[in-house]
Design a protein around this ligand. Structure first.
Ligand SMILES: Cc1cc2nc3c(=O)[nH]c(=O)nc-3n(C[C@H](O)[C@H](O)[C@H](O)COP(=O)(O)OP(=O)(O)OC[C@H]3O[C@@H](n4cnc5c(N)ncnc54)[C@H](O)[C@@H]3O)c2cc1C
Length: 330
């Protein structure tokens, strides 16, 4: 029912929200079942090896491999939704930038004894985590999803320079946030395997379509930069791809235009999250916002709006937004 924000200088703010934490194993299985029910065929763990093309270079399916066995799947339209790993994008000739926009690392700790101590989702900004943030998400049954993320500032993703080591960042999280320390260290034996992965954000880094092919999800950069949220956005882009194929099935150009316009219409939202990434770059902005919001129910309500996406997060970090925070605080 709330997101607890921890600012670098020790200020805290409980932002009311309706949030759900679901393990990917469960969410992905729900999606898979829904797809099967809708008529999809499940062919895993086949890997994309190459796209199939006709004489004119139009994509007409894919060659897939599992160990030594290879199969070809032909399709009127192919949707590439291979996530943040750039290799499939490269194999498809759609990669414009290999380096990711950021990275994240998470583990699950099983600490039933801490269930009463961490009620809301926690997000922690600190100069030791500069460029990103740490989180603890209670996942029910005494389990906690704990992790850190790092998001490159605009432009810096090109060469992936300056990215910290995520395990060191997680250790820094433990040093600056006692609940993280408790989950990571005292619960060492209870902490499952740590998993890290790249993030591809801001609808950048890849071409979105070519004749016969649409690129969807994180492969198309569908994750938000500031927060690293990407599940809902990946689904949204997948739905846009499906809609374009179903509604414009008569013409190649029609499908591509419909899909690319749907993504283009989301661009302002992604740009807002790109700007809001300043909270991660300059954690003192979180100090200012938390300090101000503790005194202003209206500002708190606007922050709650960021969580349900009814409020543009960049409004707080623009020069105008910061001045407003300072001015109104006096
Ligand atoms: C540590 C961490 C924590 C995160 N936490 C959150 C969160 O709390 N909330 C949120 O909204 N987002 C979160 N994200 C972001 C989120 O995971 C992604 O945005 C989201 O999974 C993107 O969905 P997708 O379907 O595009 O890609 P994925 O979920 O990565 O799926 C891509 C699939 O393609 C498969 N694949 C890859 N290459 C090939 C190939 N060559 N052939 C065949 N298949 C292939 C992969 O195995 C995978 O199954 C997190 C990311 C990380 C790294």
């Amino acid at each position: 029912s709330r997101l607890d924000c921890f600012a670098p200088r020790g200020g805290t703010l409980a932002v009311p929200a309706q949030l759900a934490v679901l393990r990917r194993r469960e969410l992905d299985e729900m999606l898979r079942q829904a797809a099967l029910k809708a008529g999809a065929r499940w062919q895993s763990p086949l890997r994309l090896e190459a796209l199939l093309e006709d004489a004119a270079g139009r994509v007409i399916g894919a060659r897939l491999r599992e160990g030594e066995s290879v199969c070809e799947v032909r399709a009127r339209w192919t949707v590439l939704a291979t996530g943040a790993d750039a290799r499939a994008l490269e194999a498809a000739g759609m990669c414009e930038r290999r380096a990711p926009s950021g990275m994240a690392l998470r583990g699950y700790a099983h600490r039933p004894d801490m269930a009463g101590q961490i009620g809301g989702l926690q997000v922690v900004w600190h100069k030791a985590l500069r460029g990103g943030y740490g989180w603890i998400f209670p996942a029910g049954g005494g389990r906690f999803n704990i992790g850190v993320g790092y998001l490159h500032r605009r432009g810096a993703e090109r060469d992936h320079q300056g990215a910290p080591n995520l395990r060191e960042l997680l250790a820094a999280f433990a040093r600056v946030h006692p609940p993280a320390q408790a989950l990571l260290q005292e619960g060492g034996a209870a902490l499952g395997e740590l998993k890290g992965a790249p993030l591809r954000c801001s609808l950048g880094g890849a071409r979105k379509s070519r004749p016969g092919l649409l690129v969807a999800g994180e492969a198309a950069g569908s994750t938000y930069l500031f927060t690293g949220e990407g599940i809902g956005k990946a689904m949204e882009s997948g739905m846009a791809a499906a809609q374009a194929i179903v509604q414009e099935s008569g013409s190649d150009a029609g499908v591509r235009t419909a899909y690319e316009s749907a993504l283009a219409s989301l661009k302002p939202r992604f740009a807002a999250y790109e700007l809001a990434n300043r909270f991660n770059e300059y954690p003192w902005m979180v100090d200012l916002t938390v300090w101000r919001a503790r005194r202003s129910p209206a500002l708190l309500a606007r922050l709650a709006g960021v969580l349900d996406e009814s409020q543009d997060p960049s409004a707080f970090v623009s020069a105008q937004g910061l001045l407003r925070l300072l001015f109104q605080a006096r």
